[in-house]
Design a binder for this molecule. Structure first.
Ligand code: NZQ
Ligand code: ZN
Length: 396
């Protein structure tokens, strides 16, 4: 196990009715003027926004609402939000929704706390370190991105379509309200995207070069088995509390750092997927399912034993009489089959409707390397030619 720091300060309020805690919890954080950040219309339609507003008002807080965060949130919208936050004098951001609303709130918090800085050029591109931000709270409506407990926020710049994340402990929400009942209105496709993303936050940590993390590995395998089983149940029985509870809690634990302690995260599949989201505005979880199988087949030779263990521990595959490579390939096939079973794309044409031209694959690759400035991954370090090869493998 490598040396690590673990910091996960987010207070979790889990269970039915917990949205009524939004006001008291924000007040306990010292809030007085709350900017409520939400996405499209789902939280208005369900009545959740009204419940949150009344909780804020009952706690004696002044609030304003800023809606319109879209999946793959845009920088231009965040810039508008920063203006709103400053004009209103917000001292607290409350996100109501999923990763897109939460990341929008985190980015507005950064911009409003640093009005003299350009949010993208200085803070997001890390030319200037982020030293302060406003506090953020969350009412979660979809188990997926894990932003309710993570230190990152991901934005897409409108004109260049660069999708970039900024990680900082200042981004960790003060509290997160997790009521599984708030997810019952989710379309099946979004739920499947969420299941995939939860799995990938742990798998992108599990496949790494360090193999001496017994507890971290066991936690990861247990989380994955739980998500796989309850993902199926949640899709089969929409509106069921028990499977949604398991998914919601797993989503937060899968991205607060717990399942990667003591190792070097990989996250190559996330980087490959981000370029597809940026280019095609595709749902984040779907891009991961479209790329993972090709990533795995390309990288399996780096450590077939790791994939073989994944197959036995997560998928319950019997390794008797099979070589490590045979077991590894069976584990990859089982994972890809699961993504297919839950309605996810497992190649590029299933994601965007057609295979891409060689020229576009080259563009995605160059973007993925930040125009030659970086490699991705740690399980197998991937440079330009590797990334292009993986995009080609997925391009059918
Ligand atoms: O906008 P509304 O109307 O709310 O609709 C949303 C949206 O269309 C809908 N939805 C959410 N809750 C619902 C619901 N519809 C009905 N009932 C509900 N209860 O679902 C759609 C997707 O919402 P979104 O917030 O985009 O989903 P998700 O949580 O998957 O977030 C995706 C974003 O998070 C980023 C992704 O890149 C993407 O931009 N990520 C953020 C991370 C982080 N900050 O730590 C890590 C992740 O790896 C990821 O990159
Ligand atoms: Zn993700």
């Amino acid at each position: 196990m490598q040396a690590f720091e673990f910091y996960s300060p987010t207070k979790i309020l889990f269970g039915p009715g917990t949205q009524a805690q939004a006001g008291p919890q924000a007040a306990a954080c010292g809030a007085s003027r709350v900017l409520v950040v939400y996405g499209g219309q789902s939280a208005a339609r369900s009545g959740l926004l009204d419940q949150v507003y009344s909780s804020l008002a009952q706690a004696g807080l002044v609030w304003e609402a800023f809606g319109g965060a879209r999946p793959n949130p845009r920088l231009s919208h965040v810039r508008e939000g920063v203006k709103r936050a400053l004009a209103f004098g917000a001292d607290f951001l409350l996100a109501v929704g999923g990763g897109s609303a939460i990341d929008t709130a985190k980015a507005i918090a950064d911009g409003a706390a640093n009005p003299e800085r350009d949010l993208w050029e200085e803070l997001w591109l890390k030319r200037v370190p982020l030293e302060r931000s406003l506090p953020v709270g969350v009412v979660l409506t979809i188990p997926a991105a894990g932003s309710e407990s993570s230190h990152s926020a991901v934005l897409t710049r409108d004109d260049t379509l660069e999708k970039r994340g900024l990680a900082s402990d200042l981004h960790r929400p003060r509290f997160a309200i997790l009521n599984p009942e708030l997810t019952y209105t989710l379309p099946a496709y979004q739920l499947s995207c969420g299941i995939t993303d939860i799995m990938m936050h742990t798998m992108d940590r599990y496949f790494n070069p360090v193999s001496t993390n017994e507890l971290t590995d066991e936690l990861s395998e247990g989380l994955l088995r739980t998500v796989i089983r309850n993902g199926r149940l949640a899709l089969e029985r929409p509106g069921s509390y028990q499977p949604m509870s398991e998914l919601m809690w797993a989503g937060s634990l899968s991205h607060n750092g717990l399942t990667g302690l003591g190792d070097n995260m990989d996250f190559a599949t996330h980087q490959l997927g981000h370029e597809l989201s940026a280019q095609f505005d595709a749902a984040h979880g779907a891009t991961l399912a479209a790329m993972w199988g090709s990533w795995a087949l390309y990288c399996v030779d780096a450590n077939p034993a790791r994939f073989a263990r994944f197959g036995r521990a997560v998928w319950g595959l019997d390794g008797t009489g099979r070589t490590e490579m045979e077991q590894a390939l069976a584990a990859i096939a089982a994972t890809v089959q699961y993504f297919q079973d839950i309605g996810m794309p497992t190649c590029i044409s299933q994601l965007v409707g057609k295979p891409l031209s060689e020229e576009l694959l080259e563009t995605l690759t160059r973007r993925c390397t930040f125009f030659g400035q970086r490699t991705i991954g740690s399980f197998k370090v991937l440079c330009h030619d590797d990334i292009l090869a993986i995009y080609r493998m997925a391009n059918h």
